[in-house]
Design a protein around this ligand. Structure first.
Ligand code: NI
Length: 394
């Protein structure tokens, strides 16, 4: 296997496409221009296009041969509410919106693969037997565009046997990939705790019930959840990031306080254990302080968990493409989250990281100076093509 010469020959075209997407970033569920470009590109290759899932979602279908086997490949199209600080010509034309997570590159790589596969079929040189479903989803960064596409019938309309995703990864050298068997990204849950006490004059605290002091005790106690209540071999984070209480006055004990934060973990049962421990602490500390505490724990994106068979397949394809020494299989998973997790809850599959190169000045995802590395576009597209050929000829 190799980076395909036909794709390398079209590198400039892919770069222009990527730069155009970068210059015109669109936020979650508003990817109208991007969606139009993607659909037009697929149609120009003779690929059947379906639009409208989750509003701006685009699905392309390419069928070859008689096999009923099918594979789903997914790219995300949305940008972030970030003010770009780059000065290069393809910087964002929209103040306050930016492709700071490289989804412009994900979209371009998948289009490059679609172009190659469709051209081979049109030339009668089709080298797979089955159906490829190209999934371009909105709103990965917030609101779960993948979940909405699934709820609106993605996998009923376009059944796939397995689904695959890819994310660029700064800090991982260009030319390398990381493949995880099992968890690769964490869940992202949010919580609020409302503490209701009884306001009082600060000089007469015994006449009130102080929710602020109860909140302080709760912030401290929450630190024991991960360290004392979970199996030490299970990774998790509980971060309290908000604490609101009081107002202008220095001499009033407030009636209410609120704390909020986020939970990250790799297993649903760990999420359950954390939520349950938090409920217990809220009840106990509220009782001890004579206040009421209400926990609002909200599940966000679930953990992204690759299935072992599909992870092994991706690893094998990549080892043949770039050599085993360039395929990391023992990389630590990330505590960040990813809505491809919803697709992996429905179908077996694997989400890999493609090295974006060593980050200049520590410039990481979501940074206002981030940019996808154009040099890896042909490699990413070639990976998709080899994965399709391997999966649909097994
Ligand atoms: Ni991203």
């Amino acid at each position: 296997m190799q980076v395909l010469p036909e794709i390398s020959a079209r590198r400039d075209e892919l770069v222009d496409l990527r730069h155009d997407l970068h210059a015109h970033p669109e936020l979650a569920f508003q990817e109208q221009r991007t969606s139009d470009r993607v659909a037009a590109f697929l149609e120009a290759q003779g690929i059947q296009v379906h639009r409208g899932l989750a509003g701006t979602g685009v699905v392309g279908v390419l069928k070859c041969g008689d096999s009923t086997r099918s594979i789903g490949l997914r790219a995300d199209m949305d940008a972030l509410p970030v003010r770009e600080q780059n000065l290069f010509p393809h910087r964002s034309k929209h103040d306050g919106r930016m492709h700071a997570c490289g989804h412009d590159g994900h979209t371009a790589m998948l289009l490059g693969a679609a172009q190659y596969l469709a051209a081979r079929c049109a030339q009668g040189g089709c080298d797979f037997d089955g159906t490829v479903v190209f999934i371009f989803q909105p709103a990965e960064e917030s609101d779960g565009g993948a979940r909405v596409m699934i709820e609106q019938g993605l996998f009923q309309l376009f059944p796939v046997d397995a689904v695959f995703g890819m994310h660029n990864w700064p800090g991982l050298p260009a030319g390398q990939f990381a493949v995880h068997s099992g968890p690769v990204m964490a869940c992202a849950d949010q919580f609020d705790v409302l503490l209701r006490g009884h306001g009082a004059h600060a000089a007469m605290p015994h006449q009130g019930r102080d929710p602020l002091l109860a909140g302080a005790a709760l912030v401290q106690a929450m630190q024991s959840v991960v360290s004392r209540r979970l199996d030490p071999l299970d990774s998790a984070v509980l971060s309290i990031t908000q604490f609101f209480a009081g107002g202008e006055a220095y001499n009033i004990i407030p009636a209410e306080a609120r704390i909020g934060g986020t939970v990250r973990a790799f297993k649903p049962e760990v999420e359950d254990a954390i939520e349950s421990a938090m409920e217990g602490l809220c009840a106990g500390i509220a009782s001890a302080h004579g206040v009421q505490a209400t926990l609002d724990y909200r599940r966000g994106y679930p953990p992204t968990v690759n299935t072992p068979t599909e992870a092994a397949l991706c690893r094998d394809v990549l080892c043949k493409l770039i050599g085993a020494s360039n395929v990391l299989t023992e990389a630590a998973p990330s505590m960040g989250a990813e809505d491809f997790s919803y697709m992996l809850r429905e179908k077996p599959g694997c989400y890999v990281w493609i090295g974006n190169g060593l980050a200049e000045g520590g410039c990481m995802l979501h940074n206002p100076r981030y940019d996808f590395n154009d040099a890896i576009l042909p490699l990413g597209s070639s990976y998709w093509v080899h994965l399709v050929k391997t999966y649909l000829t097994q």
